[in-house]
Design a protein around this ligand. Structure first.
Ligand code: ZN
Length: 520
């Protein structure tokens, strides 16, 4: 929208008559654009609201998937959401922002006002700096504003993080008084500067990206680090900020800030998916991730330069859609969701564990089969290691054809065994034969899926501490932030400065800054 309510209310017959033709044309165009946008919003229902394809959940395209839009129960009103500055908010007075909470005016619209004191802003600080915000052009006639007739009409106090430099280390909270100014133009129109706001992924409905925030972008990045990297509960984060930094934030503000950070990085998904698709070798794995009692899964797709997470069901739709267009090799366990993919590698660690279990069984048949499988896999592993070390010794599948034939025969013999685990291992080897022994063709490829399992381990501990997430919005936020955090680390960058900049830019309505690259 070009014109806010404050500007719109000033427009009348007399003002329109006073404009020269050029200014009038400019104003007409802005009004026309606003009218169309307003009309579209008016006509938009859930059935025709547009969604950019990149913001669709990947497993939704194929099968309809699970309905993410509904059940957003935890967008309960919190301090931070109330902090958001409504477009038609009545301006508060122009008093210094640190003097008094700005909603103390008697005449006001119902509901929370901009900058209204919640639990999160009962503290008032001495500001380290004042940041004035001026409008650049007149919202009426469109001319550049250079008038000295300015008055601060509203403002708020933000707490941010002052990053240490190597010469002067330390963690400092930095308090900024943001002042928003109204400037009078020669044409008579008075234009107000406003806090920016960003566009939010429709799958994160209820989350708002806005510059009108108590928690500045650097402090927001710290909250994400404490929650996801250091795995502190919201209550522990609150305790840390209070007892170490003297800052009192409500649980609601902390919660909302982390959700907002998830919305800020959401457009990175596109770039991460592209990096996944471009990789030669991809590891995939999944682990349980409950969402409000619903048994979902945290999936990871990991290559040398990217880590991408999703919280989703355990079906193959997710794999199909994430890997739509992928032509590299996929390393995974034997889970059915991966089986349709043609260029597949299998993790040997699982097979060796199962063979070892059989080798130690009390059942004679199981013991013999287990020992046989184990012996052959160990021989092949030794050959693979040797091939990695030294000069090529020839084609491993040909060299070990007798051992492979022996194993295949043994599997055939035991696939109808009455012993359940013997039967299961024989069938698994036969069913997945090509994927399992593909590595003999390319001995430099990994034998295990350790890379993906290691990536998930961090989040498994978080799950145990937090019991997963409560809503689709929470799940998506965690997956997006986890992807960005782990990808940055993988590329040799601490994620936090990137996250700070991303939050700042996206709150201002700017596009996502590009992700840091390896070796930058
Ligand atoms: Zn003007």
């Amino acid at each position: 929208m070009h014109l806010n309510d404050h500007s719109l209310r000033q427009l009348d017959d007399a003002y329109i008559q006073s404009l020269d033709p050029e200014a009038l044309r400019g104003l007409s165009l802005r009004l026309l654009a606003d009218l169309k946008e307003a009309r579209d919003r008016l006509n938009q229902g859930p059935e025709n609201s547009s969604r950019p394809p990149s913001s669709r959940v990947p497993w939704e395209r194929a099968s309809g998937g699970r309905p993410w839009g509904e059940d957003i129960k935890d967008s309960k009103p919190t301090v931070e959401s109330a902090d958001a500055k409504p477009a038609d908010a009545k301006p508060a007075d122009a008093k210094p922002v640190d003097a008094k909470p700005v909603d103390a005016k008697p005449k006001r619209k119902p509901g929370k006002q901009p900058g209204a004191p919640g639990i999160g802003r009962t503290q008032v600080f001495h500001a380290h700096e004042e940041q004035p915000h001026y409008p650049e052009v007149c919202a009426g006639c469109g001319r550049r504003l250079e008038s000295a007739l300015t008055v601060a009409y509203t403002g708020f106090q933000a707490v941010d993080l002052h990053w240490a430099d190597p010469a002067n280390p330390g963690l400092t909270l930095w308090v900024i008084d943001h002042r928003f100014y109204e400037v009078a133009c020669a044409c008579g129109h008075r234009t107000r500067a406003e806090a920016g706001h960003g566009e939010v992924d429709p799958l994160l409905a209820g989350v708002e990206l806005s510059e009108w925030r108590l928690v500045g972008p650097g402090l927001a990045a710290l909250l994400v680090a404490l929650a996801l990297r250091f795995r502190l509960s919201r209550a522990r984060i609150q305790e840390f900020l209070d007892e170490w930094l003297g800052l009192k934030l409500s649980i609601g503000t902390i919660h909302q800030t982390i959700h907002e950070a998830g919305a800020a990085v959401a457009p990175a998904e596109e770039e991460l998916v592209q990096a996944v698709l471009a990789s030669d070798l991809l590891h995939a794995d999944e682990t349980a991730w409950p969402e409000h009692g619903q048994p979902l899964w945290l999936w990871v797709f990991l290559s040398a330069t990217v880590t991408l997470y999703y919280v989703a069901g355990r079906g193959r739709e997710l794999v199909e859609n994430v890997l739509d267009g992928f032509t590299g090799w996929l390393m995974s366990d034997g889970w059915i969701a991966y089986r349709h993919y043609p260029r597949r590698l299998r993790c040997w660690a699982h097979l060796i564990r199962k063979a070892l279990g059989l080798a130690q069984s009390c059942d004679r048949e199981a013991r013999r089969f287990g020992q046989q499988v184990l012996k052959i896999l160990e021989t092949l592993m030794a050959a693979i290691y040797a091939a990695r070390e030294g000069p090529s010794t020839g084609h491993l599948p040909t060299q070990h054809a007798p051992a492979l034939a022996e194993l295949r025969a043994a599997c055939g013999q035991h696939q109808n065994s009455d012993h359940r685990k013997t039967h299961a291992l024989a069938v698994e080897l036969l069913n997945d034969w090509e994927a399992i022994f593909q590595v003999l063709q390319h001995p430099d490829w990994p034998l295990t899926n350790n890379a993906a399992e290691r990536a998930l381990r961090h989040w498994v501990i978080l799950r145990k501490l937090s019991s997963g997430t409560r809503t689709p919005v929470g799940s998506r936020g965690v997956a997006l932030l986890a992807s960005v955090i782990d990808t940055c680390r993988q590329r040799g960058h601490a994620p936090w400065r990137y996250l700070e900049r991303t939050i700042a830019d996206r709150r201002a309505g700017l596009p996502l800054p590009p992700l840091p690259q390896l070796g930058e």
